[in-house]
Design a protein around this ligand. Sequence first.
Ligand SMILES: [Fe+2]
Length: 451
Amino acid sequence: MTEYPKPRTLRAGPVDRTRSYMPGFSNDFETEALPGALPQGRNSPQKANYGLYGEQLSGTAFTAPSHQNERTWCYRIRPSVKHTHRFAKIDLPYWKSAPLVDPDIVSLGQYRWDPVPHADTPLTWLTGMRTMTTAGDVNTQVGMASHIYLVTESMVDAYFYSSDSELLVVPQEGRLRFCTELGVIDLEPQEIAILPRGLVYRVEVPDGPARGFVCENYGQKFALPGRGPIGANCMANRRDFKTPVAAFEDRDAPSTVTVKWAGQFHETEIGHSPLDVVAWHGNYAPCKYDLRTYCPIGAVLFDHPDPSIFTVLTAPSGIEGTANIDFVLFRDRWMVAEDTFRPPWYHKNVMSELMGNIFGIYDAKPRGFVPGGMSLHNMMLPHGPDKAAFEGASNADLKAEKLENTMSFMFETRFPQHLTPFAAQEAPLQDDYIDCWADLEKKFDGTPGVK
Ligand SMILES: [Fe+2]
């Protein structure tokens, strides 16, 4: 008689009860803060457990193609119709939306700003948002806005959502806590967060002033770029995006909800916290990503690829390969290319490029582009290395060199970016930025040879 080996008992690993994020990008997640709160195998039982209300949050049209279709089912203490009441318009004078074309402002130019300093007055996520540029049109859901945020105060019994946009948040200084309907995200510099359109949240500053950058995406959601021949790995990997587990508040207190809708702000008063989702499942949810996990691909012999090789996220525009917004990361990496001018080359681009410095020194601009600072090279405006960067790179001994102490990014859009009055008149604009190319001299004299 044949002896078969006894089946081995599978042993589960220890349960990590402290884990507060789930890995993946646009996964179908499921999470519950109380056991049994999430219906299994169905969405709309006649009566949900715990007396919760079932509600769907649709991030795409019902009929969007299945690979783009995003929605989340929430099981909450009160339905969202209880989280708003009558609306009154309010003014947040520094948070602007496109179209915004001021006839007295010259947006055509190469611009650079020093870090915007904190104000003397306390500022929240809403009052501390400072729009720098806008592009496209918020009403037709194309384009974007770029902002600096200066936050010193937590929102208390105050909540916000944007019907207009998905927000990509890039901290530069200080930590932020996003208490959202779908869970809590703690964010620090060198991480980014994505807050979907329509998601209700409040923002807290756990340990003092925070400053950073926001890309407000009016259009189709950010996605991961196709890697093409690069294959299945590297650049931003799906598992490094982290979505929070369910967390809820059952708190009665007079509260304010602010809604951004069609470029305008509205306030409504309610009597409780709207962050009352006890369980949810779906693929429309906030997430964060650690930029230190971005695996750059680059030149290994000579020349270098276009900077699109450093794309972390891309928001399509409807024209294939032409983004509404690309989010591009310039991080530390090895430079090994032989007989190559290694910094970014001189360039004139149909896309408009807004850059921000998170920390360190950017190789094309060793001076003047400082952490917290921004620069704008608008549609079809030439730009490139300054004199020091050009001479340094042209004469460098091209041994393998590691570019260290550097993290900058770019919000790149197919639309021209218009400066706001704040960017043109109040923010610390460097009047002499254009002069960084002034002493690049003519080397050509008609004779052959390397000059
Ligand atoms: Fe460029």
